[in-house]
Design a protein around this ligand. Structure first.
Ligand code: AHG
Ligand code: MN
Ligand code: MN
Length: 306
């Protein structure tokens, strides 16, 4: 039988038992979110998150699902979520891991039935993240809920993709996702920034002149997943006047993806250095991000700095 389960893959890769259990527990949260997306009403929850963004019932429910699984795992000391107040929540003081997550990224795309996702970063520091960087993550993973539900993880030993099969198990789809140094597609986020960041417009014009294909859905998870599966491409979300540091969050969105992208042989940058080296000073901090094929990340950073 050639089927390889997520648990078996983690085991065979020599991931520690504790981290393997935690990733399995997070994957279970993913299954419940997968189900919730299909069965829960899409309306507003009547609340907003710490960024002042209106929450959908599904944002709140997905957050509750993840919280429950983290609690039940008994492996998580503390967590911070994009959908909660900007504080760490303690679950079990002497447990080994700190988990940061965006339970449902891109939820404004839900009513249009476009793909959305969940993003997780795992640290070992007991709730103390200030002064650390996303390079301190010991694992990162995301789930993309599209026509199929797919989970992609890295524990620092390559990047591996699994699909949720018909009996509810994550089964290996592709191991060692690898980024080539090739760019045929571009995914330019926070594009309104071209108005006050002329170098972003310059970059856009270069891509248009070079005949690149636009692949932008408005969801960071499917947009970056697209690049990882094709092994090529470039994704940007950079600053302008409305969002001086771009729209995306270091802890919940950019950090985990930078970890995964660099593990796949791609690169990430905030314009000057790897996103993995951006110091965490605030749970809610935003950061510009340029990520994808290595050479292109370098070129974009250069053009943006001119
Ligand atoms: P969230 O749903 O958590 O608020 O995040 C949506 C994000 C991200 O998925 C996407 O890349 C970005 O918003 C899109 O921004 P623009 O529409 O400004 O390009
Ligand atoms: Mn988000
Ligand atoms: Mn969100």
């Amino acid at each position: 039988m050639s089927r390889i389960s997520l648990n078996n893959h983690l085991y065979e890769s020599g991931v520690s038992d504790e981290l393997r259990h935690l990733i399995n527990d997070i994957s279970r949260a993913g299954k419940y979110i997968h189900n919730a997306i299909r069965t829960t009403d899409l309306g507003l929850a009547g609340s907003s998150n710490t960024f002042g963004e209106e929450q959908l019932k599904l944002d709140v429910l997905s957050n509750d699902i993840v919280k429950e699984e983290l609690k039940e795992s008994r492996l998580v000391c503390c967590y911070a979520s994009e959908e909660e107040s900007s504080e760490m929540t303690e679950l079990l003081s002497d447990a080994p891991f700190t988990v940061v997550f965006d339970p449902l990224d891109g939820s404004s795309l839900l009513d249009c039935n476009l793909a959305i996702g969940s993003i997780f970063g795992i640290y070992e520091s007991k709730g103390k993240l200030m002064g650390k960087t996303p390079r301190d993550q010991v694992a990162a993973l995301y789930l993309v809920y599209g026509p199929r539900t797919i989970l992609v993880y890295s524990t620092g030993k390559g990047v591996h993709a699994f699909y949720l099969n018909e009996v509810g198990e994550f089964t290996l789809l592709e191991k060692n996702l690898t980024m080539k140094d090739e760019v045929k597609t571009y995914a330019p986020g926070n594009l309104r920034a071209v108005v006050d960041t002329p170098s972003y417009r310059t970059m856009m014009n270069l891509w248009l002149d070079e005949g690149l294909t636009l692949r932008y859905s408005g969801g960071m998870v499917p947009d970056i997943h697209h690049m990882l599966i094709k092994g090529a491409g470039i994704f940007t979300n950079i600053g302008g006047s409305k969002y001086p540091k771009g729209k995306l969050r270091l802890l919940y969105e950019c950090g985990p993806f930078a970890y995964i992208m660099e593990q796949a042989g791609g690169a990430s940058s905030d314009g000057t250095k790897s996103v993995l080296d951006v110091e965490i000073t605030d749970l809610d901090q935003r950061t510009p991000i340029i990520t994808g094929a290595k050479k292109e990340v370098k070129r974009v950073s250069k053009v943006l700095n001119e």
